[in-house]
Design a protein around this ligand. Sequence first.
Ligand code: GLY
Length: 320
Amino acid sequence: MSEVRKPVIVVHGGAGFWNPERSQQGMEGVENAAKTGFGILKRGGSALDSVIEAVAIMEDEGAFNAGYGSSLNIAKRVEMEASIMDGKTLQAGAVGLLKDIKNPVRLARIVMEKTDHVFVVGEGAEKLAEMFNLKRREPTTDLRLKYYERQRKVLLEGKSKLPKLAGIIRNHPDLFGFETVGAVALDKEENVAAATSTGGLSLKLPGRIGDSPLIGCGTYADNQVGSCSATGVGEIAVRLVLAKTVCNSMGNRKSAQEAVEFAIDLVNRRIPDAYNSMGLIAVDVYGGVGAAHNSRNLCWTYITPETQEPVTSLTAKILK
Ligand code: GLY
């Protein structure tokens, strides 16, 4: 058995097309998140604390489609969602349909630790946030309003009353950066965790839930194998239970890198019309790092005991 490389953190700021006007901020954002998360791990903190704090930083950044800066739905409103999973206990927490919670990932933790449930949405989730005095912040930024107007114009040119988005995402990949954020980590005690947060798909229908808060789809962690966070068009990750697929693959003796490549290849083979939107990050229980995508970009970074500093890129292994 090979020696475990620990601690390790891997962070993503989303797949899709990273517009040059935001890519620097995106890369700095994932680096700041990873440094904070790695700092927690180095001090002996848990993988769970590490991924939650890393994701909270990206929710506050404004460069990502999560927390402040979330995408707008077709009704020009924000509905955010997030989830976390602790690989040691297999406990998980998830939230959805949030209007103005500053850090959805912190509310996911409250669901996991303070309730008997895994997934709470809408009014109930807002009430829970109130009970635990979570901070609020209006998430709509000028940049997102600008993107919303451009995307809606293209939608209306298709003369569709419903946002049938597949066609416009396929034809206008430059208009749809998905920018969901996520983090996976392995701590010194060899526990893994994962967290994911998003504003969801631009122009989505009100009430639509994507993969990010669905355990097994956008987020999964299991101390026996590793952890994974997904980004891209949620419907695809949901249909392939993608985060759990990556973890199952690590359970079949694949490294984190082999597992994410297997899962992206699965997307390409089984949902060939998936408009190249997906990205995955993973860490395995030996501290192996994985990142792969079929989108043009994946904004991501990682820190290991060898690197000590973030290794950051707008691409990883691309499989088409
Ligand atoms: N992956 C984010 C979403 O589709 O909502």
